[in-house]
Design a protein around this ligand. Structure first.
Ligand code: FES
Length: 150
């Protein structure tokens, strides 16, 4: 066990955990932020995507000891009222089907638009490529990212 001071969604959180614990489980089990989902556990599906200093990262393979004082943002902290432009576009297009992968999709899309506010179709395709959706909502995801970018 080791003590960590984490910056999660703008709040300081102090906790005592095994340093090898993946950030996903710290968020879900210790902080009770369960919007970030477990899909594959091997950094392949994107369901567990959060932001680390604004970059989209897969929290299932990231030991909490590697986070340091970087800012962690989860889907719960992306906006105050669920009204981030990406979330609004998601609602407008009615993207989700089962919904399980959508927090990860939205975190990847919002990190993309933060760095590249007007991405090409190809850039959207490349950025979103690693986020898997079993329901196949890809067409609506791309449409929503375009809307959020405008
Ligand atoms: Fe982390 Fe699949 S659960 S990438």
């Amino acid at each position: 066990m080791a003590k960590f001071n984490l910056n999660i969604n703008g709040k300081e959180r102090e906790l005592d955990v095994d340093p090898t614990t993946p950030m996903l489980w710290v968020l879900r089990d210790h902080i009770k932020l369960v919007g970030t989902k477990y899909g594959c556990g091997i950094a392949q599906c994107g369901a567990c995507t959060v932001h680390l200093d604004g970059n989209a990262v897969r929290s299932c393979q990231l030991p909490i000891s590697s986070v340091g004082d970087k800012e962690i943002t989860t889907i719960e902290g992306l906006s105050e009222k669920g009204d981030h432009p990406v979330q609004q576009a998601w609602l407008e297009v009615d993207v989700p089907q089962c919904g399980y992968c959508q927090a990860g999709q939205i975190m990847t899309a919002s990190a993309l638009l933060e760095k590249n506010p007007n991405p090409s179709d190809e850039e959207i395709e490349t950025a979103m490529n690693g986020n898997i959706c079993r329901c196949g909502t890809y067409t609506r995801i791309k449409k929503a990212v375009k809307i959020a970018a405008n």
